[in-house]
Design a protein around this ligand. Sequence first.
Ligand SMILES: O=C(O)CCC(=O)C(=O)O
Ligand SMILES: [Fe+2]
Length: 314
Amino acid sequence: MSKKRTLDGFFAPAVAKKPKIETLNEVSSHPNYPFHIPHLPAAITDGLGFAPASEGRAMNDQPDLDLLYFEPYVPKDIHRELFKFLRQELFFYRVRYNIKRGPTETQINTPRWTTVFGVDETSCFGADGNLLDSKTKQSVARDKYKCKPRPIPHCLDTLRTITEGTTGETFNFCLVNYYATGNDSISYHSDDERFLGPNPAIASFTLGAKRDFLMKHKPKPPSESDAVTPEAKPIKLPLASGDMVLMRGPTQANWLHSIPKRKGGDSDKGRINITFRKAMVKAGTENYYQYNVGSGGVFRWDEKKQEMTSWSAS
Ligand SMILES: O=C(O)CCC(=O)C(=O)O
Ligand SMILES: [Fe+2]
């Protein structure tokens, strides 16, 4: 409805426009982003200045286990806002891929929403967003990657920098999972790919709904089992919003982890998981984009419908 212009309105002072400076540089953009990603609101950035909100607790009392568990890492007064911001502003994918077991090909539907940012150590992003060779700082060959790497947006890079400061590790990849309901999950696996190098450190954040994080030692071949070494006990961490688990040392080589399906509880309110990792070679970049972006469509959170909905540029 158009408002009638009154004389009062005509003489009233114009509504003050926000100074330009505030809106400058407030989004992260890249040709390989489907849409811009805003920077964090000041209140969240300020709150992250108090992270980690608690000291990390070392969990290394079991064979081959080296965890540092922050309960929480993200301060209490901002973890909810950070969850809502990331769910709203990031683009997500529901990846499908085929695996071949012998002669039969099976389609796998990844049972959660995923997205990924970053590039392995052999490349870096120039100021204009182009990929450069890390050593020579020259543009990489156009066909170096089959996938389309994109930089970690400012909002996640802020968290990455703080995490690097706390852990003494460095990261070049950020993977994000969104578990919309208790039906979304990740099955037992270890992040022990060769492209991460030996003894990789992975910082893993929880925002939103509480979910159980299960760990179990990889089965030992009978030749390595003996009567003297105690058996490793399975672990259950009920990860809550703001928590961070740093997995490092021999953990990935020897332990499996999972987020199993759950009925009831808060699971249906949605949980975001963010992992920071460091991929050493090109194969890591190809792998992460293949399994976290894939070749399907882009999805975005719809606040009205309270679900991920298909997004297209228009
Ligand atoms: O959601 C989680 O806490 C775990 C995610 C995970 O293990 C992975 O993305 O590799
Ligand atoms: Fe994992």
